[in-house]
Design a protein around this ligand. Structure first.
Ligand code: G3P
Ligand code: CA
Length: 268
């Protein structure tokens, strides 16, 4: 059960659509993952958080303000934190108009809705548990939902990576469900990788923190499944940067501009 985004070593890096196809459709929405599929990538990245009444939803910020019309619909509820709104309230919000009137009426997807669309599109998912410190137990809950949606069986496991900036969160995911491929966001010191490699299969650094030496160093470690630690770099929207990351030997590139990076890498 080795997702191809962490295969590493040979060929060009896997291209992963950041928040779907965030440069071309409203981020973290169903149209955004449809757009990623149209642009020819199978892997997409998202961000998962939790509502006041315990529903998992796909949204990046801890506030609804930037990517929905929450200020207009609920004017008295500043600072409009995701965790202070029920799923029914969030379902009323428009998560597309801020991006373009062409996407008016787009909703913040629940994780269940999102997973069904990923399945429908035959896509693969780099799922980020966002701000886990705000949502105690979100790791267990996310795994439970993934299981219910059929994503923890053998073939689906190859199409799933769970990542977080929180090492605690990723360690928890690994301990609860060791078969799941996991990734730690950030650039831990090389001396720290001995510990991180016990629970993370990949290390996903920002492009700005990347170097050839760091990629090579990460690749010398083996993850919890006995395979070389992978490296997915984010968020690379520039063709020259994409080629540099590829030269450094990264296993995948996370981008808002799927077409730009695919062209830079010569993807077919
Ligand atoms: O997947 C990497 C990247 O998404 C991490 O940063 O803030 O966009 O979630 P952020
Ligand atoms: Ca993210």
């Amino acid at each position: 059960t080795t997702p191809d985004a962490r295969a590493g070593g040979s060929g060009e890096p896997t291209v992963i659509g950041h928040r779907g196809a965030a440069a071309y459709a409203p981020e973290n929405t169903l149209p955004s993952i449809d757009k990623a599929a149209k642009l020819g990538v199978t892997w997409v990245e998202n961000d998962v958080q939790r509502t006041k009444d315990g529903e998992l939803v796909v949204i990046h910020d801890d506030s609804l303000k930037r990517t929905t019309d929450v200020e207009r619909v609920f004017p008295g509820r500043a600072p409009w934190k995701v965790k202070d709104f029920t799923a029914a309230e969030i379902a009323r919000l428009d998560a597309g108009s801020w991006y373009s009137p062409a996407y008016a009426g787009t909703r913040v997807p629940t994780l269940a809705q999102y997973m069904r669309r990923i399945e429908h599109n035959h896509e693969k998912l780099l799922l980020e548990i966002k701000n886990p410190e705000l949502y105690p137990g979100i790791e267990r809950q996310t795994l439970k939902l993934l299981g219910k949606e059929g994503w923890l069986d053998g073939s689906h496991l190859k199409r799933l990576i769970v990542q977080s900036f929180s090492a605690d969160s990723i360690r928890t995911v690994h301990e609860l469900k060791p078969a799941v491929t996991t990734a730690l966001l950030g650039s831990p010191k090389v001396r720290q990788l001995y510990q991180d490699a016990c629970f993370a299969d990949l290390i996903n650094p920002s492009y700005g923190s990347l170097s050839r030496g760091y990629v090579a160093a990460v690749h010398t470690f083996k993850g919890p499944h006995g395979k070389k630690l992978g490296v997915l770099a984010w968020t690379v929207d520039d063709a020259a940067d994409a080629r540099t990351a590829a030269e450094y030997g990264v296993d995948g590139i996370i981008t808002n501009k799927i077409d730009v990076v695919r062209a830079a890498l010569g993807s077919h």
